[in-house]
Design a protein around this ligand. Sequence first.
Ligand code: G1P
Ligand code: ZN
Length: 543
Amino acid sequence: MSIETVATQPIPGQKPGTSGLRKQTRVFMGPHFLENYVQAIWTGLGGAAGTTLVLGGDGRYFNDRAAQVVLRMAAAEGVSKVIVGQDAILSTPAASHLIRSRGADGGIILSASHNPGGHDGDFGLKYNGANGGPAPESVTEKIFAATKTITEYRILAAIDVDLSTPGTHRMGDMEVEVVDPVADYADLMETLFDFDAIRALFAGGFTICFDAMHAVTGPYAKAIFEDRLGAPAGSVVNGTPSPDFGGGHPDPNPIWAKDLVDRMMGPDAPDFGAASDGDGDRNMIMGRGIYVTPSDSLAALAANATLAPAYAGGLKGLARSMPTSGAVDRVAEALGLDCYETPTGWKFFGNLLDAGKITLCGEESAGTSSDHVREKDGVWAVLLWLNILAQKKQPVAELMAEHWAKFGRNYYTRHDYEAVDTGIADTMVAEMRVRMRDMPGRKAAGLRIESADEFAYHDPVDGSVAEKQGLRFGLEGGGRVVVRLSGTGTVGATVRVYLERLETDPGKLHEDPQEALAPIVAAAEAITGLKQRTGRTAPDVIT
Ligand code: G1P
Ligand code: ZN
């Protein structure tokens, strides 16, 4: 087998976003696109010869082909060994765990997360480091720089490696170990949670519906909830992964997981409902008749985590991304814990977790996790909820009512405007950046603006600074508006408007969030002029 050196040239647009490089599938499949980026990863890392890497993806269209290309390029680079999930499948948290448990130097995850898949959908590729977490910006910047100067890439001329069964193969001088994608991860979960208590919960008639959304978590959820924990067969729905996620949008929120929401709000709802996304790192939590916002879920998990064996000794600290609601801050205060505020994107939690400053963290975008891996983890979040419910023996709605009565309720919603003209979005942000200096003291739709700034993060562990991480506006009465542009979209700009208001009046804890937030929504429009600028009348997605 020989190594081919292929002449190439930089391809514009290979800048990694919030979570790796994401593009339309057909862009990724274009000539040299994938190869250029993989070579840029090797360059950005200062070479990968002699290393051990983990490789897997969420099974979306092109996952299998891309994996073979990565393997041939790894062999050409001189990588010693690649540990690959069977059929090139690994959920993102399972990949993170495998990197850590096998002491690998890093890994490549093939996924565009919750973006639709298929030839007309999206594809993505992300590099994670030896801690199992997404590469920090210092690394992604080097990778991006390499994409701009590339002149050639190297690839082994070889036939495909058989990834269909566990076992060990050779590709040139490189070892390829194919592993069961589920087993190690499921074993890890057993070490964290009281499986006996959860088994007893199910044995007592507790019912669950887990919607895997035709994505990667199906096999994980079946193995853990049905096989190991005894939930009845059929508790996992849409559990067979498909390359285009059944033609759906594998994003677990009330819009895209509407079937589950309807079921949970209906007369024969199970006790607990959950969904996860394309690559298994996101989660949506529901109880009978109640949707738990991700921000509230993080707060409730933090407040009750010590009921699970892994966290029984107490939590080191907590963290949330800046746009996530302040609900978890109130729990941290009550528990006497530090609570860190990081920019959007899981990579910013890595240092805090590695340094032992936090145990649990999360984002409003349906991501929650702990220090057991360095990614968010959908199945883990569901298991922690189940462990807590097994101990507290109460319905989700009752648990949340008690939580709000104790800590207050941070009413929260996010309004997304998708495929907005990039020029309009950039101009809006640029103008607000200037205007916001004079905003404090003025009124927006009748509410006094108390503060206005652009979030910059000073990492307390390595001192790095991340600037321009979202515009924040504090309003009288504890309201908040945050505006930022998505870093994961692939068409035009997605403008995200995050809206929040704290309510502590015991008589006002059970209102409709959109109604409770109507004054904040009006203030947001007065501040941004978003609808007026875009001609839109309503958001595309409300979560
Ligand atoms: C979105 C979410 C963010 C999450 C990321 C990857 O990024 O908002 O919280 O970490 O997806 O799942 P965004 O599109 O807002 O840049
Ligand atoms: Zn994801």
